[in-house]
Design a protein around this ligand. Structure first.
Ligand code: HEC
Ligand code: HEC
Length: 309
């Protein structure tokens, strides 16, 4: 190999090591990109984050539960329901639109179709329900938990437990959990754990946001719409089309836990806990839809820290 090709090779290698973010940033300037194509595989099972998409390898292969492959969805009526659930989950703006009040999809927050360890995986959730929730001080079913994400994270309306959309989402969750032990609480559930070592500063957060997040989510936090105008390529992190004040991500700690493990997209675990908390504080001070559980005045005077939905 000549010096030149060696050089090119090493540049190529370091490029592969540079996260997905790079390809995303590149694609912001490209025309007509199908988000599902650009993203890390959404149709393949994930043992862990693919090594070539992450700068800091945080998970070892085999460490996490592996959900089944999309191709293995059975070819019968149950399978149809599972497929419908997956469609709603990845494209809520089309298949679950009658219940969604904002521009997000379930996968905007439950990364890689609900497969990603520490990206709110459904296989981490489903086998643990019914469960006691602090938010409501009672034991809630899986369906009720999904209803909360519709009401708060999607700023919409809760489907009834017998709505086809609900049956489909539960079917998809159960299928993703095939073979997972019941009631164990698998590693990878929820988001990252965060240690709060300082009082979060929204000023600091703004600086990091502008440097690391604005390229996709916009300086104005409003994201970037899909070319066809339906839903977002990069979802809004605040503003009228984002999650509301009662959502789990409206709580700065939960938001920091989400950011730490999953953002910048494809480069999870590259921010420190403090940076994640600072950004969360900055995102929190911006406008978003009201907490629907309380009054207009209370939302102005004492905006809630969110809850978990
Ligand atoms: C704006 C981000 C966001 C969106 C959109 C969203 N969720 Fe969630 N979801 C969360 C957060 C945050 C939590 C709770 C994390 C916590 O409480 O620690 C959660 C929790 C859940 C849980 C329970 C997880 C567990 O481990 O117990 C389920 C199930 C769930 N969501 C399903 C859905 C479904 C189905 C949709 C789409 C209809 C959806 N979510 C949309 C953010 C979101
Ligand atoms: C390369 C583009 C990209 C970058 C950079 C990026 N994000 Fe995201 N972000 C996304 C995408 C895309 C999603 C939705 C997940 C999906 O559809 O796979 C998302 C989802 C989110 C969500 C949950 C959904 C919502 O709209 O609220 C939050 C919060 C978020 N990002 C915050 C951040 C923060 C904070 C940073 C900077 C540290 C950041 N992102 C950097 C692309 C990016």
């Amino acid at each position: 190999m000549t010096l030149k090709t060696t050089l090119i090779r090493s540049v190529q290698l370091s490029l592969t090591a540079t996260v997905l973010a790079t390809s995303f940033i590149g694609s912001v300037f490209a025309i007509e990109i199908d988000t599902l194509e650009v993203r890390p595989s959404l149709v393949e099972p994930r043992v862990s984050l693919p090594a070539n998409l992450i700068t800091v390898p945080v998970v070892n292969p085999g460490e996490f539960f592996v959900p089944p492959m999309v191709d293995d969805i059975p070819d019968d009526m149950t399978g149809d329901m599972i497929r419908f659930g997956r469609d709603i989950f990845v494209n809520t703006q089309v298949y679950g639109k009658r219940f969604a009040g904002n521009g997000l999809n379930c996968t905007s927050c439950h990364i890689s179709e609900g497969r990603q360890p520490y990206g709110g995986p459904l296989w981490g959730a489903y086998p643990n329900f019914p469960i006691l929730r602090n938010k409501s001080h009672r034991v809630v079913t899986y369906e009720e938990r999904i209803q909360d994400c519709f009401k708060f994270s999607l700023d919409g309306i809760a489907p009834t437990v017998d709505a086809p959309e609900m049956v489909a989402l539960v079917s998809y969750s159960k299928w993703l959990s095939t073979g997972a032990p019941v009631g164990v609480g698998l590693p990878g559930r929820g988001f990252a754990t965060i240690k709060k070592t300082h009082d979060p500063s929204s000023d600091e957060g703004q600086i990091i946001y502008k440097a690391q997040c604005a390229i996709c989510h916009g300086e104005d936090g409003k994201g970037k719409k899909n070319r066809n105008g339906i839903g977002y390529m990069f979802p809004p992190v605040w503003g009228g089309d984002s999650f509301n004040r009662a959502a789990g991500l409206s709580k700065t700690k939960t938001l920091a836990q989400f950011i730490k493990a999953n953002m910048p997209l494809g480069a999870g675990y590259t921010l420190t806990d403090d940076e994640a908390l600072d950004i969360a504080a900055y995102i929190w001070i911006n406008f978003r839809p009201d907490d629907p559980r309380t009054t207009f005045m209370m939302n102005r005077l004492a905006p809630k820290k969110g809850g978990g939905g």
